[in-house]
Design a protein around this ligand. Structure first.
Ligand code: ADP
Ligand code: TZP
Length: 276
């Protein structure tokens, strides 16, 4: 498959999202839950943000995909996520695991590692710091933000915790990896604001596309590239608050030609170590 084939498939998935309206179960965090639900709804999916372990396994079973966002962890949240991951594994529902702040504390790191050891299939989506912590065990103690790691230099798929899964690493460049393939998205401009919850929302968009295809590498590329395009279209002169609203508008109003040109500019596809 060539770079143009990947771009065509991403565009097909993006067009299918509002037509298919997949049900996506998200266990979110209280900071970004509403923004994530809005971002998914604006893009054409149907989010369900169920949190109680009394129902999460059942809700996941009937969803097209499940997003486990590990921000603001607690024993209650851990139990709810476990129920959903086991249900996803039993029912072959694709999972997106977002290890928010994996390097912020020992508890978060141990939680993420223990949930990775369950037998679900899917995508691990984190910023470069979070993935660095999962790969090396080194904590950063810097909250949930990324602190300067270069994602494309990571080659963590040898780790058994990652094997058979897709890795999606965000930052100045987003990088999507499986055993053989790699997509790099070079964002053309720096962000005007560090809007809280954008990493969480990007993971949720990967979840929307994972409900539409068995090719989870492509789903991750579609989610991150669509989100990158929406961020690119937000006017850099807007303030923080209106940028956040305009981001939702951009997700709900994308046209194919502009998105295609953007993908042709920012997307690099490599297979077997070669750019294709
Ligand atoms: N330096 C950057 N320049 C342009 N876009 C960026 C940059 N860093 C992050 N982004 C965008 O924000 C999204 C979320 O990435 P990131 O900020 O790494 O997540 P988090 O909020 O989890 O730390 C990325 O997928 C990308 O679209
Ligand atoms: C600030 C914060 N604290 C706990 S969860 C959370 C939201 C993190 O959102 P993102 O990593 O997507 O900016």
């Amino acid at each position: 498959m060539t770079q143009n084939d990947q771009i065509s498939k991403i565009l097909e998935l993006w067009q299918a999202l509002p037509e298919t309206k997949p049900l996506v179960h998200v266990i979110a965090n209280q900071v970004s839950a509403a923004f994530c639900a809005d971002a998914m709804s604006a893009s054409g999916a149907r989010p369900v943000m169920a949190v109680s372990s009394l129902e999460t396994g059942e809700i996941t079973e009937h969803a097209g995909s499940f997003v486990a966002n590990l921000g603001q962890p607690s024993p209650e949240k851990e139990a709810a996520v476990r129920e959903s991951l086991l249900s996803a594994a039993r029912n072959r529902i694709p999972v997106i695991l977002d290890p928010v702040g994996a390097g912020a504390s020992v508890y978060r790191h141990q939680l993420a590692s223990s949930l990775l050891s369950l037998p679900w299939k899917g995508i691990i989506k984190g910023n470069a710091s979070e993935i660095h912590t999962l790969c090396t065990g080194q904590l950063t103690h810097q909250g949930v933000d990324s602190v300067g790691f270069d994602s494309p230099e990571l080659s963590p798929l040898a780790d058994p915790l990652f094997s058979g899964r897709i890795l999606a690493v965000t930052g100045k460049e987003d990088c999507i990896l499986d055993d053989d393939r790699r997509i790099i998205l070079s964002h053309p401009a720096p962000l005007s604001h560090a809007i809280v919850g954008t990493g969480c929302a990007a993971g949720c968009l990967c979840g929307c596309f994972a409900a539409l295809t068995e090719d989870l590498f492509l789903a991750a590329a579609a989610g991150l590239s669509f989100f990158s395009y929406a961020q690119f279209r937000v006017d850099v002169l807007e303030g923080y608050g209106s940028s956040k609203l305009h981001l939702l508008d951009a997700l709900s109003r994308t046209e194919a030609d502009g998105f295609k040109r953007y993908l042709q500019t920012i997307l690099i596809y490599q297979s077997g170590g070669k750019t294709i």
